[in-house]
Design a protein around this ligand. Structure first.
Ligand code: AOF
Ligand code: ZN
Length: 391
């Protein structure tokens, strides 16, 4: 496989980055592929786009198959731009490498290799063995991996990508001293959270939040922005509910809790491994993991979500104690913080229970990825600094 950088492309293939960017954009528009990666594919012939496709949900056509279908006969002698190495195995669907070969494509350009051991290089090999030229556009590698942070992290580190949603006042408070918290942020911010929920494999919360707020933590279709492109990209799975996960060391989740009674699977993580099994309701499974400091070991929860339930990206929507504990344990990759332009004062409750920091040198640092206004609020997306969690 030839690896090319954008600055080295000759005049005949100068438009390749445009097509690869489109393939990546298509992949990015997908929320619901879990546990599969988000993948986009563009087919071109004589400089013109003849087909586009994306993988919208597990069990449905892979991106290449959708693009081949779209292109029909025009796929013959076309160039395929794929955001991920085509698969070479039969899983829920057949191998894309074979479909590309049968369709007679002349060339396949990929942005990154697939680390799934069933694929990992085999897709490229099969295509090459069939006489198809395969090129890697190296400058897109990082961007293509960033579209699937959880998919790659799960396969490479045995952990999901952990996003934490936080909502606070301008002065970093989440509720009045009496617990009143509905609502700090605006409706627009809350429907933005719906979008995040729709795109993750699991939403994690703690028993205290279940007992005090009784949230459903589900995706409510009517709350999602009815954007036709989003609906089309995710047609295979917008009715999907993320797995709801409760960290509940003493199994106090009531069978009447909304998280249990609304649609979708629930996993309750407890510190007693012997309690593993079905409980409370048919959609609820108890999972016992190691304990630490008297509670559930949070790293074990994440390891189990990755290995037992193939979770790629997870979102923590919890109270200040569990959120603080995840941060203190060095397990968080990304924060999405909604900041409401109001002041609740110093009697109000803090964002995180995270005591014991004695010096600024020990502060937990993030880098800002994105800042934007959502409704009346500000949304800041931050990435954990690389050395976080490695001490
Ligand atoms: C591709 N194109 O659009 C996707 C790929 O069980 P299956 O058939 O859905 O296969 C899932 C695996 O296929 C997944 O783990 C990953 O290795 C690959 N995903 N490959 O060529 C796609 N979604
Ligand atoms: Zn495939």
């Amino acid at each position: 496989m030839k690896s090319l950088s954008n600055s080295k492309l000759d005049a005949t293939i100068i438009d390749w980055p445009v097509h690869m960017q489109r393939a990546i954009d298509l992949a990015e528009s997908v929320w619901t592929a879990t546990p599969n990666p988000r993948v986009g594919c563009v087919l071109t012939k004589d400089g013109e786009v003849v087909g586009e496709g994306w993988h919208s949900a597990a069990g449905q056509a892979h991106a290449e198959i959708a693009a081949l279908h779209h292109a029909g006969e025009k796929a013959n002698a076309a160039t395929a731009f794929v955001s991920l190495e085509p698969c070479a195995h039969t899983g829920r669907t057949g191998p894309c490498s074979e479909a590309l070969i049968h369709a007679g494509v002349a060339r396949v350009v990929i942005a990154t290799l697939d680390t799934n051991p069933q694929v990992a290089g085999k897709g490229v090999l099969q295509l090459e063995q069939a006489g198809i030229e395969v090129c890697h556009l190296a400058d897109f590698d990082q961007q293509a991996r960033a579209v699937n942070p959880g998919y790659f992290k799960r396969l490479e580190q045995g952990l999901p990508y952990v996003r934490m949603k936080l909502a606070m006042s301008l002065d970093g408070r989440t509720a009045l001293a009496n617990g009143e918290s509905k609502w700090i942020t605006s409706a627009a911010a809350r429907s933005d959270v719906q979008r995040l929920r729709a795109s993750v494999s699991a939403v994690i919360t703690g028993i205290n939040t279940v007992l005090t707020d009784d949230p459903s933590l589900n995706v409510r279709r009517e709350d999602l922005v009815e954007n036709s492109e989003v609906l089309e990209a995710n047609s295979g799975g917008l009715n999907r509910q993320p797995l709801r996960v409760v960290v509940d060391s003493q199994l106090r989740t009531p069978g009447t809790a909304r998280i249990v009674t609304c649609d979708g699977e629930v996993k309750i993580y407890t510190k007693d491994a012997k309690r593993t099994g079905k409980n409370i309701a048919s959609n609820v499974e108890i999972v016992g993991v190691a304990s630490s400091a008297g509670g559930v070991n949070l790293r074990s929860v994440l390891e189990s979500l990755a290995s037992d339930f193939a979770c790629n990206e997870v979102m923590i929507e919890a109270g200040s104690t569990l959120s603080g504990a995840f941060i203190a344990a060095g397990l968080v990759d990304e924060l999405v913080v909604y900041i409401a332009p109001k002041i609740l004062g110093s009697d109000a409750r803090p964002l995180l229970e995270l005591a014991g920091l004695q010096s600024l040198a020990h502060s937990i640092e993030f880098t800002i990825g994105d800042v934007r206004q959502v409704g009346d609020d500000i949304r800041v997306t931050l990435k954990a600094k690389r050395d976080y969690g490695k001490e």
